[in-house]
Write a protein that binds this ligand. Structure first.
Ligand code: NAD
Ligand code: GLY
Length: 382
């Protein structure tokens, strides 16, 4: 398997990105993959649990089940549906997925198929990580964000009221199949949210990619298949190259969290204010939007610490805005409360706040012991 390469495969529409390392797997990117034989290929045993959510299951679950049963008529295939949205990424819904594996009689060679966005991928992946101490998981991402980020690299988790992703495991998928046709039904706001993570790759590692995104913004936002496939493949190649050399985030993988310390604090504070994680509305943000604001805050903090230039901060802010993403904090989010959430972020250490800071376009670094005063100043300035 080539390391982190993006290559044309047998069909001109199929792109594959190989993720190397101890447990290598392939990311396939093409239209109509969910109804293809590629779905059944990774199934080693007889049991398949398809986990999806209440928006995605009615649209795509039948075609996945049909593809599995066509290729593997002897297989026991069950569907488990969770409510849509971040509010379902809980220990209780995780337990529901595990119960569904028990009801299926899933054996050690069973496979969990995660059909949906990052919420389904994280929760179903965690169920696969825990059932019999780890069974196969195939990620079938249906949001742009999940195709470029959450389905790749094996981070699985559920949230607690105290913070996002606090309970989880590293459990790399056996395969990732990104069916670009699924993006046609994705709400425009969710498509835009995915571009926050796409832009992140350019911001931390690939200046020409940011130029390409700027030049192709109209095609990407209008759902142009070729442009989207290119953006997904380039993003996945970046993610693959990082996770294969640092699967457990002891080093460079942390760079993928640019903007996430601020972003997770925004999501946690919203949840605290509204009695739990809920669907984003006009006054609140989804994950990608929170990360977009977080990247601008991280860039401004970096500028205040003498790392990034004003020009670069403005280029990043303008590009995020061009993709319809929010770039400033609403007054309803209190700076002190956000800081308190950051102290519990997984990137924080006993010694103090740890941030991914930005050296300008294409370069980032992890900085420990960032002064709380500087963070508060960045929050208040926003
Ligand atoms: P999501 O899973 O909540 O999906 C967004 C919305 O779109 C949901 O309402 C969903 O039902 C709907 N939807 C999904 N696909 C659809 C389709 N094709 N057509 C119509 N509707 C569709 O959100 P997300 O943005 O995909 O993922 C966010 C989650 O991912 C967060 O919990 C975040 O913490 C996690 N995440 C994890 C990683 C990781 O490495 N594991 C990385 C980034 C984000
Ligand atoms: N999304 C951050 C990571 O996978 O490490």
């Amino acid at each position: 398997m080539t390391n982190a390469s993006s290559t044309d495969a047998s069909s001109t529409d199929l792109r594959t990105v190989a993720v190397g390392g101890a447990q290598p797997y392939a990311i396939s990117i093409a239209p109509d993959l969910l109804s293809s034989d590629a779905v059944a290929a990774p199934l080693r045993g007889r049991h398949a649990l398809l986990v999806s959510d209440g928006h995605v299951a009615p649209l795509y679950a039948q075609r996945v089940q049909d593809a599995l049963r066509r290729a593997r008529p002897e297989a026991c295939v069950a569907l488990h549906v969770i409510p849509p949205g971040e509010a379902a990424k809980t220990l209780a819904h995780f337990a529901g997925a595990v119960d569904a594996l028990a009801a299926l009689g899933a054996t050690r060679d069973a496979c969990v198929y995660a059909l949906g966005g990052g919420v389904v991928g994280d929760l179903a992946g965690f169920a696969a990580a825990c059932w019999m101490r780890g069974i196969d998981c195939v990620q079938l991402p249906t949001t742009l964000l999940a195709m470029v980020d959450s389905s790749v690299g094996g981070k699985t988790a559920v949230d607690l009221p105290q913070g996002k992703n606090l309970v989880g495991a590293f459990h790399p998928p056996r395969a990732v199949l990104a069916d670009t046709t699924a993006l046609r039904t994705l709400p425009a706001r969710e498509l835009r949210a995915g571009f926050a993570e796409v832009i992140k790759y350019g911001a931390i590692a690939d200046a020409p990619f940011l130029d390409w995104l700027d030049a192709n913004a109209d095609a990407l936002l209008s759902g142009d298949d070729a442009a989207l496939s290119e953006a997904i493949a380039r993003s996945c190649a970046h993610k693959a190259s990082i996770v294969e050399r640092d699967p457990y985030e002891h080093g460079d993988r942390a760079l993928l969290n640019l903007g996430h310390t601020f972003g997770h604090a925004i999501e946690t504070e919203q949840a605290a204010n509204s009695g739990g994680y809920s669907a984003p509305d006009n006054d609140s943000f989804n994950h990608g939007e929170a990360v977009a604001i977080g990247m601008v805050l991280a860039a401004r903090l970096s500028k205040a610490l003498g790392l990034a230039s004003d020009t670069d901060v403005e280029i990043l802010r303008a590009l995020l805005q061009r993709f319809g993403l929010p770039v400033s904090l609403p007054p309803s989010l209190d700076a002190q409360a956000l800081l308190a959430h950051m102290r519990l972020d997984k990137k924080a250490q006993a010694s103090g706040l740890r941030f991914v800071l930005w050296d300008g376009i294409g370069r980032a670094r992890v900085v420990a012991d960032v002064a709380e005063d500087a963070v508060l100043a960045a929050l208040r300035a926003a």
